[in-house]
Design a protein around this ligand. Structure first.
Ligand code: SF4
Ligand code: SF4
Length: 329
């Protein structure tokens, strides 16, 4: 079957054409060996052999710390005015695309978050196929999440099969038409759970709080929060308000928070919903593997493996997940 194909040696030419439309960011390996999403300026090619970046693309949509509301006695409450230039994210793996799909469900639901919505609509997503390593779990557990992208590059011999997933993707194909050709090639089917599986969300039973694993995990965990910082779907935030010294102005700020931090579940009066780390672990597990709230039944873990790579205590929730799927399916 004729498929659109772009040769590997045309990757730089492709990026040049994309740069005419918007700033392009992709996975770049730094001198420290760390792979990060960063600008792909002229002469810099994305590291498409890297399995994962340290931080996921959520940093473009939810800034680690940002002002969400301003107040002055003259103007009252005002949303911050932010100009959001178009941005192309290149080289997103299926897990990161599914992670964005998850964030979309949270922040573009019934009452869309204005900052997220503005950044999301400015974002063009170009996915690329990848080969999972021992930390990945992108194939485990059914999920209604989809790896949606504007363009997707499937790695084949000598280059990539390229397909569009949106009108924006069609426009980009038009821009690339002089370096894209039709070829008869066999594109391997991606069998990961984010492709073509019609799975609906299922409400799951509450987890057994008496399982010894919660305490075992809690005892080993250092409470550093790295697993949550680097997770493409962790999006809990704290909201803080700072009054100006003039007594007439204030800002409301939101910043990334972390469910494994003790303060995350603390409320006024010194109360806490989850006083000990074992409870916090059960909470995190429920969120990542079973979903909760409006996203009940949709596992938030997209299997990128980042939490396992970064955990200084070497914790891995996959064996527990395998056991819990059997005992409380
Ligand atoms: S829980 Fe771990 S493997 Fe799953 S999406 Fe988050 S960082 Fe990736
Ligand atoms: S990265 Fe590991 S040690 Fe740090 S909070 Fe997460 S589970 Fe605990």
């Amino acid at each position: 079957m004729a498929t659109l194909f772009i040769a590997q040696h045309n990757l730089e030419a492709m990026l040049e054409r994309l740069r005419r439309k918007a700033e392009v960011h992709g996975p770049v390996r730094g001198e420290d060996g760390v792979v990060r999403f960063a600008e792909l300026i002229h002469g810099i090619l994305p590291d498409l052999s890297a399995i994962r970046t340290l931080l996921p693309p959520k940093k473009y949509l939810l800034h680690p710390r940002e002002t969400i509301l301003k107040y002055t006695s003259e103007a009252g409450y005002q949303l911050p005015s932010e100009s959001v230039p178009p941005l192309i994210l290149f080289g997103l793996h299926p897990c990161d695309l599914a992670g964005i799909n998850y964030l979309d469900r949270i922040f573009l639901g019934e009452d869309p978050d204005p900052l997220y919505a503005a950044r999301r609509s400015a974002l063009t997503l170009i996915g690329v196929s990848c080969t999972p390593d021992e930390f990945c779990s992108c194939h485990l557990y059914p999920s209604p999440l989809k790896a949606l992208s504007d363009l997707f590059l499937n790695s084949v011999k000598g280059g990539f099969a390229i397909s569009s997933g949106s009108p924006r993707g069609e426009e980009l194909l038009e821009v690339l038409k002089d370096i894209v050709e039709e070829r008869d090639i066999n594109v391997p089917e991606d069998t990961r759970r984010f492709f073509g599986h019609a799975v609906s969300a299922q409400v799951r039973p509450e987890l057994d709080a008496t399982l010894p694993e919660w305490q075992e995990l809690a005892d080993a965990c250092l409470g550093c929060g790295a697993c949550s910082l680097c997770c493409p779907t962790c999006s809990c935030f704290d909201v803080l308000e700072f009054g100006g010294l003039d007594g007439r102005s204030a800002v409301r700020v939101r910043q990334w928070d972390n469910c494994l931090f003790k303060c995350h579940a603390e409320v006024a009066g010194g109360m806490s919903f989850r006083k000990n780390r074992a409870e916090r672990f059960r909470y995190r597990y429920r969120h990542k593997y079973r979903g909760f709230g409006p996203l009940q039944g949709i596992p938030a873990c997209v299997g990128c493996g980042r939490c396992r790579v970064v955990c200084p205590a070497g914790l891995d929730l996959r064996p527990l997940a395998a056991r819990l799927e059997e005992i409380t399916p």
